[in-house]
Design a protein around this ligand. Structure first.
Ligand code: AHR
Length: 317
């Protein structure tokens, strides 16, 4: 009888851990829409290499069907575990059930799914609502009671960060009647769409004269929007306040130049905690918490943005 069948933890048996550490791990990545995601990919590969794990990497090019196909292929190859950064929150039940049936533990990275928690081992990520709330509270303090019309660049429609960061920001500004979100549209987490959508916001809002602040669900969209604001003849960071999420090197460069005001950090090292959890689980069935939370730190222009840029610029962003 295989060792895994002798273990007593129900979940351990359910996911079929069979070795002291996963030797082969499949990683279904969303794509490369942002600097943050490029860094997550780089760090995951590095972390795997340091631990002697054979990482099978699949880039889904933003398509859920490609992620589902990749997971099925990982299952067919008999990998020891699967890392999944899910592009959207819904539609994962069947393929997660297939992984569970095959006794392969799945760890979610950076985004959540709406499936039953029993279908994955754990999720590593930030409190996405809290991130938005921190951004909203920063704006409340920054405008200090002045009237403020906000435009919002949302992330990928249907993704958990787009849903939760919107909810969180609204929560953060809830008590401030002086702040109003006047326009909100998706920029799909990309720099190009951030710029394009910001151009349309500027056009619709008196060339930008009627906009007090931009809230972007990630830094890349903010960087694209900064370009659009400059091309419209305005000063980002002064005429229009900019607050976003991720803390990638480029936003620190913009902050150092006075062209962005605040960002909330999301660590790209989701794989480290994920591999640690898998190692413990595979060694003796240690159940990780269902959610392994990473930190969400606020950075403003007062937090040495030039130094932060230097510290981060070679980290794979
Ligand atoms: O899920 C995390 C988000 O996805 C990051 O904030 C964004 O940059 C990425 O593409």
């Amino acid at each position: 009888m295989p060792m895994k069948k002798l273990l007593t933890s129900a979940a351990f048996i359910a996911f079929g851990a069979s070795a002291a550490m996963a030797q082969t791990v499949g990683f279904s990545q969303i794509g490369s829409e942002s600097g943050w995601r490029a860094a997550e990919t780089t760090l995951t590969k590095q972390q795997a290499e340091e631990r002697g794990i054979d990482l099978k990497f699949s880039d889904a090019q933003q398509k859920q069907e490609n992620q589902i196909a990749a997971i099925r292929s990982f299952i067919a190859q008999g990998v020891d575990a699967i890392l999944l950064a899910p592009v959207v929150a819904t539609g994962w039940d069947s393929v997660l059930e297939e992984a569970k049936e095959a006794e392969i533990p799945v760890v979610l990275l950076d985004r959540q799914v709406d499936s039953d928690k029993s279908l994955y081992l754990t999720a590593v990520g930030s409190d996405l609502v809290h991130e938005g709330e921190v951004a909203g509270q920063w704006l409340v303090d920054a405008v200090d009671g002045a009237e403020c019309r906000v435009v919002e660049l949302q992330g990928t429609t249907g993704s958990s960060p787009a849903i939760d960061r919107k909810t969180g920001f609204e929560k953060g500004i809830a008590g401030a009647d002086n702040i109003e979100i006047v326009r909100s549209q998706t920029g799909d987490f990309t720099r190009a769409q951030g710029k394009e959508v910001m151009e349309s916001f500027l056009q619709a809002e008196g060339g930008g004269a009627d906009i007090c602040a931009l809230y972007a669900h990630n830094d890349d969209m903010a960087v694209g929007a900064i370009q659009a604001i400059k091309e419209a003849g305005l000063k980002p960071g002064e005429d229009i306040l900019i607050v976003s999420i991720d803390a990638v090197p480029d936003i620190f460069q913009a902050m150092a130049a006075g062209e962005a005001n605040a960002t909330v950090e999301l660590t790209p090292n989701m794989a480290g905690p994920a591999f640690d959890a898998l190692k413990a689980y595979m060694a003796d069935g240690t159940e990780p918490a269902k959610f392994i939370q990473t930190e969400s730190k606020l950075y403003t222009q007062d937090d040495d943005p030039a130094g932060e840029y230097e510290r981060r610029k070679d980290l794979g962003y």
